[in-house]
Design a protein around this ligand. Structure first.
Ligand code: GDP
Ligand code: MG
Length: 166
């Protein structure tokens, strides 16, 4: 099983923390060099039964910036080229404008989108359901997966679910 995966979400939701945890010591490629293609490879996770290539999506990280059509088009193209999209939110914050920007882009995308509710270590389990309610109808999510990227809770489960979809 293999595929290209992109992680999108507002700043500080934990995207880099997640990547570091998932890729950890098993980094095959980690490049800061600007690549000629529009997609920047952030890391590759190789396991006995699978390989995930995590790629950065230019344009989607600056929801506050007034983006030209070109940048929005770039982000849209990337979202259409990957095999799975992880849309990460912070369990400790409410739904916000930055999320809507991304959700609007996702409307035009046919690829599977997974809602990743990160930082569950910061909330009481009862608080999870209201968060899910806030988001669940805003996109046709393949699955909704709560994790703690920092502590590692449920991260392997998330990888297993991804494998099932690739
Ligand atoms: P990014 O901007 O989406 O890449 O977010 P970062 O990965 O840089 O994380 C932003 C901050 O959130 C950092 O201080 C992380 O340590 C913290 N953080 C990330 N994941 C978690 C988590 O699961 N739980 C908690 N408590 N903090 C987290
Ligand atoms: Mg980051």
């Amino acid at each position: 099983k293999s595929g290209f995966i992109t992680i999108i979400g507002r700043p500080n939701v934990g995207k880099s923390t997640f990547l570091n945890r998932v890729i950890g010591q098993k980094i095959a490629i980690m490049s800061d060099k600007p690549q000629t293609t529009r997609n920047k490879i952030q890391g590759v996770l190789t396991q006995s039964d699978s390989q995930f290539v995590f790629i950065d999506t230019p344009g989607i990280h600056k929801p506050k910036h007034r983006l030209g059509d070109f940048m929005v088009g770039l982000a849209e193209n990337t979202l259409n080229e990957v095999d799975a999209i992880l849309f990460m939110i912070n369990a400790d914050e409410g739904y916000g404008k930055g999320d809507q920007y991304i959700l609007d882009l996702l409307q035009k995308v046919k690829n599977p989108v997974f809602l990743i509710i990160n930082k569950i270590d910061l909330i009481h389990p009862d608080e999870l359901f209201p968060i899910i309610d806030q988001y669940k109808d805003k996109c046709n999510f393949e699955e909704i997966i709560p994790i703690s990227a920092l502590q590692g809770n449920n991260v392997n489960h998330l990888l297993d679910i991804l494998k099932q979809h690739l």
